[in-house]
Design a binder for this molecule. Structure first.
Ligand SMILES: Nc1ncnc2c1ncn2[C@@H]1O[C@H](COP(=O)(O)OP(=O)(O)O)[C@@H](O)[C@H]1O
Ligand SMILES: [Mg+2]
Length: 222
């Protein structure tokens, strides 16, 4: 199996004024193609930080992250952005939708390198699958938390990334929508051989992953 992402001795320290927060401590982790990993742990454990670093969004203070044997933080920012766009689909804990764009545009925007028509068609299909197509002309401020979550998911999936990184992807969803999202992850993982990483508080969701790690105080405790 192909090693998609490898973290070696990764630490992250934040400086908040006088205070130093050690958010991650010496993390070693390998993601292979078709892995399905859940990361659980209490708030403040470093889960989001780990996901961001894994996805090329935040530089580690120490250690390295490589993808297909290339260190992604040695790449130039523009090269890393290209890698991210091609390889990684990211669902942020707080969605990060673009307020000035409607739902359909928010989803289509990262696929606009292809033809405009195909980007919008794909976006529409994903919105239909997630049963949110009825809101396609709405703006983010007009959506509920669960609806925003679905839009963020659709946006992460539009480029058919090899790796899907999701921060609390079901946190705001009702049981029915949670099940749809879980089904979607399983389908992408099994049928399309995608690698899925989810940060979750939802133990039911975590149990359905192939591998679970528990993060506490910036360390993998299991
Ligand atoms: N940008 C930041 N600046 C300063 N401290 C941060 C920043 N991001 C996270 N932290 C700190 O790092 C620790 C881990 O945060 P986070 O990764 O968000 O945890 P989790 O997602 O598990 O709740 C927390 O103590 C948090 O306050
Ligand atoms: Mg978090």
């Amino acid at each position: 199996m192909k090693n998609l992402i490898q973290l070696t001795g990764v630490s992250k320290t934040f400086h908040n004024g006088q205070e130093e927060v050690s958010a991650l401590k010496n993390i070693n982790l390998t993601l292979e193609q078709q892995d399905y990993l859940a990361i659980v742990g209490p708030s403040g454990a470093g889960k989001s930080t780990l996901l961001h670093i894994m996805g090329g969004l935040d530089m580690p203070s120490k250690g390295s992250i490589s993808s297909s044997d290339k260190d992604i933080y040695v790449m130039k920012e523009s090269e890393r952005a290209l890698w991210r766009n091609k390889v990684v689909g990211f669902v942020f804990q707080f969605y990060h939708l673009i307020e000035e764009l409607n739902v359909l545009e928010n989803v289509a925007v990262s696929a606009l390198r292809e033809s405009r028509k195909s980007a919008f068609k794909k976006a529409e299909k994903l919105l239909e699958y997630l049963e949110i197509a009825g809101r396609k002309n709405f703006f983010p401020s007009q959506l509920s938390g669960g609806e925003k979550q679905k839009v963020a998911l659709a946006r992460a999936l539009i480029n058919e990334p090899e790796i899907i990184l999701c921060d609390e992807p079901t946190g705001n969803l009702d049981k029915y929508s949670q099940d749809r999202v879980v089904e979607l992850f399983e389908k992408l993982n099994k049928e399309k051989a995608k690698t899925v990483v989810i940060v979750t508080h939802n133990l039911e969701l975590a149990k359905r992953a192939k591998k679970v790690i528990i993060l506490k105080n910036g360390e993998i405790v299991r």
